[in-house]
Ligand binder design. Structure first.
Ligand SMILES: [Zn+2]
Length: 62
């Protein structure tokens, strides 16, 4: 299981897609087990096309 701080949610309105490193992103050809930090610079939200900068970790400040 991925920790909440390893899961990232898309912050654009009407999206809410969550990147889970346990699942990866099949559409973006990201293998399972790939951490968000390790995604390619040009990776985009598979739902709305937002860039990585639009994502926030689900784990709040420690
Ligand atoms: Zn999105």
């Amino acid at each position: 299981m991925a920790n909440p701080e390893e899961m990232y949610q898309c912050q654009t309105s009407n999206c809410g897609y969550i990147y889970n490193p346990d699942k990866g992103d099949r559409k973006g050809k990201i293998k399972k087990g790939t951490q968000f930090e390790d995604l390619p610079e040009d990776w985009k939200c598979p739902v709305c096309g937002a860039t990585r900068k639009m994502f926030k970790s689900l784990g709040g400040p420690a």
